[in-house]
Design a protein. Structure first.
Length: 418
């Protein structure tokens, strides 16, 4: 992406920079805190299963709020949601100062932080189409994805050195300040009105809930990208749980060094792909870009699991290169898929659809995380990476069948109109 392209985009969509700033600060903070807590747990236990419970407690709130948070977001002012959730999370982060040597107290604090985040996520995702022009959605989604990777670069990449330099308590104070600044970014967003009227009774509430699910089930052009988004989220979470083991068992480095040697190359790979997405979005269909990305990710997992372990003392440089390629392929999957969702969901239903996405991702992620962590602790990191590759292969086969079904649905609509 050229500097002039970014400046022109921000000039056309001035309010986008505010919600983007909020996202940057929120993502950096969550990655700083997660890496710090993950490192603390792994260094004390040496167990991927213990690390996985960090993510389990992070995802549990979606079981309770996932099906409903999107409905509330659709009936609330998104500006207020983005602002107040950041302020509440800023105060929640300070609770991590109470942990001390009792690492198990991490879990309830992570649960509370995630509980608040269940409203922030759908509000953020559903606000983008209101803040940018339709033709600029691919660019907006690219920036949001790149921001996520950039937050990994800053959060995971610098957490280890910052823990050594500042100490854990000062780093927690820094994280709280970043979230406070994110809330102030939301404050300066233009005032908005809820997409739908207030819910007057419980019957209306359940009607609203069923409306969102019915829409998803009836529109394959929304359902299939939603399924792919769930898969993408599960893979990312699984990589997060396995990161200490990848560093320790595969790369033979300390967990604190996983940021600069694994996460930074991963993020840079995603960043490097952004210019390719911008150039190819008019020339190639979204499905073609996603298929190419899935093939890259599949090849990468197979090389990590079947080849890298046999390279001995030469493992580090090829491993860094494979991390870079994995980030590159992941971007080619996420951006076209997210754009498909936002283009095909009516504005009044976006909040609940993205809330449903978070809920579905959680339902699938929790058992997969526990299985993955158990597999790593019992069999090692290579079998886990091979298993991840086989999941990618399944979705590579799925995407072709999904395209055929969407085409058939469109043809049925066209024929029905005639």
């Amino acid at each position: 992406m050229k500097k002039t392209e970014l400046l022109d985009f921000l000039k056309r969509n001035k309010n986008f920079s505010l919600v983007w700033s909020s996202q940057i600060l929120s993502c950096v903070t969550v990655n700083i805190v997660n890496f710090m807590m993950m490192t603390k747990i792994y260094e004390r236990t040496g167990s991927s299963l213990a690390v996985s419970f960090l993510w389990v407690f992070y995802y549990i709130p979606a079981f309770f709020l996932g099906p409903f948070s999107g409905i509330f977001v659709d009936h609330w002012k998104k500006r207020n949601v983005l602002m107040y959730t950041n302020f509440l999370q800023s105060m929640t982060v300070l609770l991590f100062l109470l942990i001390g040597d009792k690492f198990y107290t991490v879990y309830p604090f992570v649960f509370l932080y995630s509980l608040i985040d269940e409203f922030y996520g759908p509000a953020q995702a559903s606000s983008i189409p209101h803040l940018v022009k339709r033709n600029d959605l691919p660019m907006a989604n690219s920036l949001f994805f790149v921001t996520g990777q950039g937050a990994l670069l800053v959060g995971f990449g610098l957490s280890g050195p910052l823990m050594r330099l500042l100490g854990e308590n000062n780093l927690i104070f820094l994280a709280s300040f970043l979230l406070l600044a994110g809330g102030l970014s939301g404050y300066f967003l233009p005032k908005d009105e809820p997409e739908r009227k207030k819910i007057e009774n419980i019957t209306r509430f359940w009607t609203e809930l069923k409306l969102g699910y019915s829409y998803i089930a009836s529109k394959r052009i929304v359902l299939y990208p939603l399924i792919l988004s769930v898969f993408f989220g599960v893979i990312l979470s699984s990589i997060g749980v396995s990161l200490p083991a990848i560093a320790n068992q595969l790369f033979k480095i300390q967990v604190k060094d996983a940021g600069p040697l694994i996460i930074v190359p991963l993020g840079l790979g995603a960043l490097s792909a952004i210019s390719l997405i911008t150039k190819l979005k008019q020339k190639y269909r979204k499905k073609s870009l996603m298929t190419f990305g899935l093939k890259i990710v599949l090849s990468d997992f197979l090389l990590l699991s079947l080849v890298l372990p046999f390279l001995g003392k030469y493992i580090l440089v090829p491993g860094i290169l494979l991390a870079f390629i994995l980030g590159f392929g992941g971007l080619l999957i996420f951006i076209p898929n997210q754009t498909l969702l936002q283009e095909n969901i009516p504005s009044k239903l976006r909040g609940r659809v993205f809330g449903t996405l978070g809920f579905a991702t959680t339902v699938i992620t929790l058992p997969v995380l526990l299985f993955s962590a158990t597999l790593i602790d019992t069999a090692g990191i290579s079998p886990f990476l091979f298993f991840a590759g086989m999941i990618v292969l399944i979705f590579l086969l799925f995407i072709k069948k999904a395209e055929d079904a969407v085409i058939a649905e469109k043809n049925g609509v066209i024929n029905g109109n005639h």
